[in-house]
Design a binder for this molecule. Structure first.
Ligand SMILES: Cc1cc2nc3c(=O)[nH]c(=O)nc-3n(C[C@H](O)[C@H](O)[C@H](O)COP(=O)(O)O)c2cc1C
Length: 321
């Protein structure tokens, strides 16, 4: 019997839980030569800002042990080009589009939500609050519960249709649950966990920082245990809030770990740079992992690791398995 992989992105149902991660597959077009983009749960687009942006100076990528650093910045064509060109392309392919937005002020986020409301066919909005608040000494929105809540409230208030809103959080905080709770109370339907960790590398030959921007976001398998911990903590505190989990997922087994921690969906990021068809491979591997454990429905095992350890002889504890 085929495994039921359906999952819920807020009030929207997805056929399966594997998504791209924002910024790692553009707006999906790059992936279309490798697989049918309508086959995965959804394409999460690179964070779009109001105006076109060139991004940061180069070098802006560096390899690190089991990961990479990037300081690309929010390079992109701006919301107008995105709505005219990228979104219609994704929809013409039958893909589900989760649109990621980013801004430097609460007003910019609100304006983006307003502009998105003119477009039809958006499956969900992911609000990237891991960017600096230019009105507040550059403090990252996601590092402050009040600033995070203000952004989510503004986006929710300006969206003119009922589309799920996910807040994407930064792991660079002391207590991620406080930020998660603030976002949910402000109207977020779900949470995306996690964005990159702030890191840095120094070239011992030039004896200078490797990245032109000095610091960058660390991603890849190196951050996986941090992501699993964040998902675990948020699921423990807010068990009914859907989570998109991401951070170093490379295989179907990694995806299963995130689902057991509490993620209802997973996003695949850095792995795509090595393996452009990673999303469909991971989807197939996840299905095999579930089949080998006798799982019939994905929803039966979301957050299962939070349940008490099964009695000897029982591999899984949910009665429905
Ligand atoms: C090159 C690059 C660009 C990224 N751009 C964005 C972005 O535009 N918006 C965003 O929310 N996250 C962005 N991210 C973060 C990823 O979506 C993801 O949260 C993070 O990399 C962890 O997942 P991974 O280890 O599978 O890459 C970017 C990551 C990388 C590596």
């Amino acid at each position: 019997m085929p495994i039921d992989l359906r999952t819920r992105l807020g009030h929207v149902e997805l056929p399966n839980p594997v998504l791209t991660a924002s910024g790692c597959a553009g707006s999906g077009r790059e992936l279309a030569q490798y697989f049918d983009v309508a086959k995965i749960g959804a394409v999460v687009t690179k964070s779009v800002m109001l105006a076109p942006r060139a991004g940061r100076p180069t070098p802006r990528m560096a390899e690190t042990p089991s990961g990479m650093l990037n300081s690309i910045g929010l390079q992109g064509p701006g919301i107008d080009a995105f709505l005219q060109r990228d979104l219609p392309w994704l929809l013409s392919r039958g893909a589900r589009a989760v649109v990621s937005i980013a801004g430097g002020t609460v007003g910019e986020f609100a304006e983006l939500a307003d502009r998105l409301s003119d477009a039809s066919g958006v499956t969900a909005v992911e609000v990237n609050i891991s960017c600096p608040n230019v009105e507040h000494r550059g403090q990252v929105f996601a590092c402050d519960p009040d600033a995070s809540a203000e952004v989510i409230e503004a986006v929710r208030g300006r969206l003119r249709y009922d589309v799920p809103v996910f807040a994407k959080l930064s792991p660079d905080v002391t207590d991620i649950v406080t930020i998660a709770r603030a976002c949910v109370e402000a109207g977020a339907d779900g949470l995306s966990l996690i964005n990159t960790l702030l890191g840095m590398a120094i070239d011992t030959v030039t004896m200078r920082p490797v990245l032109a921007g000095v610091t960058g976001g660390l991603s890849g398998p190196a951050i996986r245990p941090v992501a699993v911990r964040c998902i675990w903590q948020v699921r423990e505190a807010l068990p009914d809030v859907p989570i998109i989990g991401m951070g170093g997922i490379r295989t179907g087994r990694d995806a299963l770990e995130f689902i057991l921690a509490g993620a209802a969906m997973v996003s695949i990021g850095t792995t795509i740079f090595h393996d452009p068809s990673a999303c469909v491979r991971i989807l197939r591997e996840l299905e095999e992992e579930l089949a080998s454990r006798g799982v019939e429905r994905l929803t039966d095992i979301i957050g299962l690791a939070h349940e008490p350890h099964p009695a000897p002889g029982r591999r899984l504890s949910r009665s429905s398995l």
